[in-house]
Design a binder for this molecule. Structure first.
Ligand SMILES: Cc1cc2nc3c(=O)[nH]c(=O)nc-3n(C[C@H](O)[C@H](O)[C@H](O)COP(=O)(O)OP(=O)(O)OC[C@H]3O[C@@H](n4cnc5c(N)ncnc54)[C@H](O)[C@@H]3O)c2cc1C
Length: 345
């Protein structure tokens, strides 16, 4: 299905008033292929979207937007685990609820993350101590020029912090059409983060974790249906141990998380908050008042407002800490993805 000059307002959770030349809702890999072929024939760029909860459109898109709407969940039981095959267009949070209702545990920490299941591997979504890579069995990818679907096992996906092969070698001309999850039957709750640490490991069940995660998220993060946002706008920066030690001398209370490779991860929200930027506004865009890592569309923000605000936030933090934040959100220009750091530098 396609329609000319379509508004993308409801297809990006920032709620920006941008449009595309054409919009295709594709519910099979074949429909994705034919939508892609239509953009090729029209000599237009294309982009595949799930729910637009991790994109910033920099203006109108001069091509076709293909919405991934491939549905279907199938389940197989093995002696020690459940295996799920999920169409890439299934909503992630509904999947989490669906599995819990069936008595299948393991996704509860990832409740309420917006977006489609097929987008989850791309930035290796994560929250409250669990990442997509922990439960990923495989990812099925359609290569558009050859029309071939191949299956990548977890290793081949090259997962990292908010990273995977789908942001690099498989960024262009590849579309995720399904994901496979393997969930162990023996449940090991992950209770290290936030209010989850208050739960009693001896009596806790997966629904308790699910409910606690939903409560924490709802109290901290603005609902994109009410206030446009893309969750964490910036990644938590990884810095050298040397720089971390220097900073800790000046700010002994700075949250810091040593990594296996010797680097140290900092909390981007804390850094922004130290610059007293909560509530800071540029045009219709603002830094969220409760959560400094979230930039919001407060009042009819334009893409320019969001970019200018991100630029200011990055500069304030960089000048104060010599730590230069990088966006987690993907920047989409008129012809396709742009380098986000370059755009806000
Ligand atoms: C309120 C809020 C809270 C959030 N919390 C978290 C969190 O806790 N943890 C976390 O990790 N993320 C979080 N996010 C970010 C976001 O939810 C995830 O990145 C999510 O996986 C994006 O899914 P989507 O379907 O909206 O992707 P989109 O924004 O539609 O797409 C993201 C990128 O992937 C590409 N893409 C989309 N679908 C496909 C496909 N099928 N094949 C190939 N490429 C594709 C797009 O072109 C785009 O570049 C949050 C966002 C919001 C708004």
């Amino acid at each position: 299905m396609s329609s000319p000059h379509t508004s993308l307002k409801v297809f990006n959770t920032l709620g920006l008033e941008v449009s595309a030349q054409a919009l295709y809702i594709a519910d099979t890999p074949e429909a994705i292929m034919s939508a892609w072929q239509a953009t090729q024939q029209a000599n237009q760029p294309f982009i595949v979207l799930g729910e637009g909860s991790n994109v910033l459109f920099l203006g109108d898109f001069d091509g076709g937007v293909i919405i991934n709407a491939i549905k279907g969940i199938s389940l197989e039981e093995e002696a020690e685990s459940w295996h799920l095959h999920i169409g890439a267009g299934e909503n992630w949070h509904e999947l989490v609820e669906h599995t819990l209702k069936k008595g299948i545990t393991g996704l509860e920490n990832l409740a309420l993350i917006p977006g489609k299941a097929g987008s989850a591997p791309i930035q290796n979504i994560g929250a409250y101590g669990v990442e997509f890579k922990d439960i990923c069995h495989y990812v099925d990818v359609l290569h558009l020029p050859t029309q071939k679907i191949s299956r990548l096992d977890r290793e081949a996906c090259q997962f990292g912090y908010r990273d995977s092969i789908f942001k690099h070698e498989m960024k262009d001309n590849h579309v995720i059409v399904a994901v496979g999850l393997r969930l162990a039957k023996q449940w090991k709750p992950v209770l290290n983060y936030g209010d989850l640490a208050k739960l009693n490991p001896a009596t806790v069940c997966a629904w308790d974790v699910f409910n606690a995660v939903c409560q924490m998220r709802q109290s901290k993060l603005p609902d994109p249906r009410v206030t446009g946002n893309v969750g964490s706008f910036f990644k938590n920066p990884l810095i050298t141990l040397e720089l971390a030690n220097e900073l800790l001398e000046a700010w002994p209370g700075m949250p810091h998380y040593p990594q296996a490779n010797g680097d140290v991860k900092l909390a981007a929200g804390w850094l922004i908050d130290q610059c007293h930027l909560k509530g800071y506004q540029v045009g219709g865009a603002a830094v969220h008042r409760q959560q400094a890592l979230v930039l919001i569309n407060e009042n009819h923000a334009t893409p320019k407002d969001i970019v200018a605000l991100a630029h200011e936030v990055r500069n304030h933090v960089g000048e104060k800490f010599n730590v230069w934040l990088e966006p987690e959100v993907r920047f989409i220009g008129a012809q396709g993805e742009r380098n986000a750091v370059e755009v806000i530098s």
